[in-house]
Write a protein that binds this ligand. Structure first.
Ligand code: B1M
Length: 213
């Protein structure tokens, strides 16, 4: 079994220490951080998603897997950002909306944006709407990235957009949306400025919204 397969398995089974040791080993062996992330960590959590859907895995195990992935990401994150280097091409605030704790995918979006040269404030999951609004007012970001993985928290996105409008700050910030249940049609319908299906396209969309190539 390749080392990336082993990492995938250790994330799946929530074996945090073993996953960490394998990530360190993979780095020593010269694997690219992006490769470790995409083909080890993310594959592992995707396997969890499939197992959860098939009722072969339950929430406590899912939480262990998510924790293992996040600890490994702590090692990879600075290396991926370092690989980006250079001057900031824009300020981004990222939040998963109120009522939804899922923040792994958004954190990956943040890492990719930082590696591409954006300055990122990652607010994490279940961020109260007033905190999102305050972050836009105080940080004055070029871009606000909103994520949700739950169907029942999708309406929070148009709520945030409406508040930005009422507060007279909607035009000061571009809003990018994403997360498993979100589609381009939804983005158009609620009046967001951009939609990205994954972390790689999030960088392309963010650059497009900033007018940089
Ligand atoms: Co939950 N969960 N979960 N969960 N969980 C899902 C999302 C679910 C699809 C599983 C299922 O039933 N099949 C389902 C949602 C169904 C729905 O509403 N449509 C679900 C549910 C129901 C729940 C609970 C309600 C379960 C319960 O308690 N009964 C509960 C919700 C709690 C809450 O939020 N209030 C819950 C809890 C949890 C854990 C805490 C255990 C854990 C989250 C830990 C954490 O994030 N800190 C968890 C996990 C891990 C998952 C699955 C298995 C994996 C999510 C993940 O991290 N994927 C997930 C099943 C699945 O996705 N198949 C599931 C890996 C990640 C890299 O992908 O997040 O899609 P993803 O992000 C991608 C893209 O979507 C995109 O780029 C990312 C990177 O490429 N993207 C953006 C995301 N945000 C973006 C923003 C952008 C642009 C792109 O611009 C701003």
């Amino acid at each position: 079994m390749s080392i990336l397969e082993e990492i995938r398995k250790m994330v799946y089974s929530g074996e945090e220490e073993k996953a960490l040791a394998l990530v360190e080993k993979a780095l020593e062996e010269g694997f690219e951080p992006q490769d470790i992330m995409d083909n080890g960590l993310v594959k592992g959590i995707q396997d969890c998603g499939a197992a959860y859907e098939n009722k072969e895995m339950w929430i406590p195990e899912l939480m262990l897997a998510a924790e293992a992935l996040k600890r490994c990401l702590l090692i990879l994150k600075p290396k991926m950002i370092e690989a980006g280097g250079g001057q900031s091409i824009g300020k981004v605030v990222l939040a998963t909306v109120q009522g939804d704790v899922h923040d792994i995918g958004l954190e990956l979006v943040g890492v990719m944006l930082e590696s591409a040269g954006f300055t990122v404030r990652f607010m994490g999951g279940n961020v109260p709407t007033p905190d999102v609004i305050n972050a836009v007012k105080e940080d004055k970001p070029d871009l606000l990235g909103l994520s949700t993985l739950l169907s029942n928290t999708m309406p929070v996105i148009p709520d945030i957009l409406k508040i930005l409008e009422t507060e007279g700050i909607r035009d000061s910030v571009k809003v990018m949306v994403g997360g498993a249940p979100i589609r381009q049609e939804y983005c158009d319908e609620v009046g967001a400025d951009g939609y990205a299906v994954d972390a790689v396209s999030a960088v392309l969309i963010a650059k497009k919204l900033r007018g940089v190539s």
